[in-house]
Write a protein that binds this ligand. Structure first.
Ligand code: GLA
Length: 385
């Protein structure tokens, strides 16, 4: 892929790329809406990437070609604002904006981007684009950002420039992902551990089900959940708790009477999800995929009923998963309100499970879903020429 894109770059800009970088999208195995609540997550990178190729210019101009759309954007530095028509450009603008704020002067760039991560599918194509851009510029200009800084710069571009108040999980896994491994991340300390996650030898597959629902509510409801969770924690602090992670599943039930109903539900999800992430890591260390599957189902129930970020199309995946014994577990992945879900299935039912979902989705009049049969891939990389 890199070779073909280098040719495309040369054709368009009449020079060779000086750097070729790429970063993966992700699934989150478990630990949803816990990252910004300073809890635990267990994501994994997928083998679909976003590529970023660049060469320097000296005229202060940025020219970006988005190969998927056959579109271009060009503007002068410093960044004056967002593009209204080319959404994809804003992730790169955001990164350049953060770099400028950090005093890194870029003399100008030719850029070509190409993506294999499905867009607006809840698989973190935006984090992959940000990370590929930062890691590429980091090596092109020998800036010396550490891997953690790279993830944080991506998050800052998204939070403060693009305007989505996401946590750090997506950028972190895009940098730190490893082949056939998940990453257990403590979002408070940023300590992380590579957890072997090899499915093939177990006769298992991770199937991605993209609902293709347009997520209109995603960012407004996401921000609302963030603030509800904060309000719940403020209340809980009055009883002496510092963080959701200090509260046990039994303890949170006892606080039910102290919290307004919605706030209690949000808190219950975060507390129980943190517990499930730890249990999932334990299950993986015992090669117990049956137990892992159960935890995926429980996670979905909690996201549907307590955090209330699911939708009928995502619930369908869960319901079909519950009907099919060879589906060990299924749940929504990412922010919710549409986007994608994941199902841990035995190899032999992969196709019949897809057929079942297609049939049931059609019956309900849902948009036709898409499926991706992914492998767990590598984190970001960059090669300088
Ligand atoms: C989105 C955000 C992440 C995380 C998930 C929900 O993917 O970008 O930071 O909050 O939603 O777990």
């Amino acid at each position: 892929m890199e070779k073909k894109l280098s040719e495309d770059f040369k054709k368009r800009f009449k020079v060779k790329p000086e750097v070729v970088a790429s970063a993966p999208g992700r699934i989150n195995i478990i630990g949803e809406h816990t990252d910004y609540n300073m809890g635990f997550v267990l994501p994994a990178a997928i083998d679909r990437r976003i590529y970023f190729l660049a060469s320097s210019r000296v005229d202060g101009k940025i020219v970006i070609r988005a190969e998927n759309f056959k579109e271009e954007d060009s503007f002068n530095l410093p960044i004056s604002g967002k593009s209204k028509t080319k959404k994809w450009s804003n992730y790169i603008r955001g990164v350049l904006w953060v770099l400028n704020k950090r005093g890194k002067k870029i003399p100008g760039l030719n850029i070509l981007i190409y993506g294999e991560v499905p867009l607006e599918a809840g698989l973190s194509s935006s984090a992959a684009l940000e990370v590929s851009c930062i890691i590429g510029l980091n090596s092109l200009y020998h800036i010396g950002f550490s891997p953690k800084e790279i993830a944080k710069i991506g998050q800052k571009a998204e939070n403060d420039f693009v305007g989505v108040k996401c946590g750090l999980m997506d950028q972190f896994i895009s940098v730190f992902g490893r082949k056939n491994s998940a990453v257990f991340l403590d979002c408070l300390t940023l300590e992380h551990k590579i957890i072997p996650f090899e499915l093939k030898s177990q006769g298992l597959r991770m199937l991605i089900y993209n609902t293709r629902v347009k997520r209109k509510l995603a960012s407004s409801e996401y921000n609302k959940r963030r603030s509800e969770a904060n309000s719940a924690l403020d209340e809980l602090r009055k009883s002496g708790f510092q963080s959701f992670r200090d509260i046990s599943v039994v303890e949170i039930e006892k606080r039910k009477k102290n919290l307004e109903e919605n706030l209690f539900k949000r808190a219950k999800h975060v507390v129980s999800e943190n517990y499930r992430v730890k249990k999932a890591v334990e299950a993986l260390s015992n090669n117990d995929f049956i137990q892992l599957g159960k935890l995926l189902f429980f996670s979905h129930e909690s996201l549907r009923d307590d955090y209330q970020v699911s939708c009928p199309e995502l619930d369908l995946l869960y319901e079909c998963g519950r009907q099919v014994p060879a589906c060990l577990g299924a749940r929504m992945t990412g922010a919710g309100f549409g986007g994608s879900g994941i199902a841990l299935v035995r190899e032999e039912v992969k196709n019949s499970f897809k057929d079942l979902l297609l049939k049931e989705a059609a019956k309900k009049g849902f948009v036709k879903p898409e499926f991706y049969d992914v492998e767990i891939g590598e984190g970001a990389r960059s090669v300088q020429y």
